[in-house]
Design a binder for this molecule. Structure first.
Ligand SMILES: Nc1ncnc2c1ncn2[C@@H]1O[C@H](COP(=O)(O)OP(=O)(O)O)[C@@H](O)[C@H]1O
Ligand SMILES: [Mg+2]
Length: 181
């Protein structure tokens, strides 16, 4: 079974494939809910595609016949009494919001979000990924553009940058006492 980080990877990958320049990933923790939102400024979808994407047998890709990312996150969210909502406008972008029952027995674990976020931020050339985690008034946020600024001339695709970033995210979440599971 997929953990939430793997779902996030799938959804962000959709945004990258849709030629997004900016992708905003936010994870919000509430008493009852864990909400994941991925917002992009990619190509968007027309109504026909939008109507089909929750069908596990739909994909616009030709390398694999069966689409899976969206139907799977929807199914897993609904298994926890949560919801999945998809908004998209052609030429504007797409926002996917998946709300999971935080303490529900069927809620998949978060998995390694620090590593996943670090990889997504440094591994998608030309995409500015904004990553934020919120719980009440506590918030941690970082973006690819900020990392680039700090790194100066250093190529952010270097493995040492990815691992530095992973540790930095871990430290910050620890500092805020943010635990997902
Ligand atoms: N953020 C997005 N922007 C534009 N189109 C998208 C986006 N996310 C999904 N899609 C469309 O929905 C289809 C289904 O997505 P998904 O369920 O993740 O399956 P897959 O990625 O395997 O095709 C994609 O092939 C793509 O056409
Ligand atoms: Mg996908």
């Amino acid at each position: 079974m997929k953990d939430l980080s793997m779902h996030i990877m799938d959804i962000v990958q959709n945004s990258v494939r849709a030629k997004a320049e900016n992708v905003k990933l936010s994870i919000v923790l509430e008493e009852k809910w864990l909400t994941i939102r991925v917002e992009d400024d990619g190509t968007g979808m027309n109504q026909e595609t939008l109507d089909k994407v929750t069908d596990p047998f739909y994909t616009s890709r030709t390398t694999r016949k069966v689409g899976m990312g969206i139907p799977l996150i929807m199914q897993n969210a609904e298994l926890t009494d949560g919801t999945m909502n998809l908004k998209s406008e052609l030429g504007v972008g797409t926002t996917l919001t998946a709300k999971f029952g935080r303490t529900h027995i069927d809620r998949p674990p978060m998995g390694n979000i620090a590593s996943t976020a670090a990889m997504m931020m440094t591994g998608n050339d030309g995409v500015n990924l904004q990553f934020e985690v919120r719980r009440g008034d506590d918030e941690f946020a970082i973006s690819t553009n900020e990392v680039k600024e700090v790194m100066g001339d250093m190529d952010i695709r270097l493995p040492k940058v990815t691992s530095f970033l992973k540790e930095m995210i871990e430290e910050n979440l620890k500092e805020l006492k943010i635990e997902f599971d």
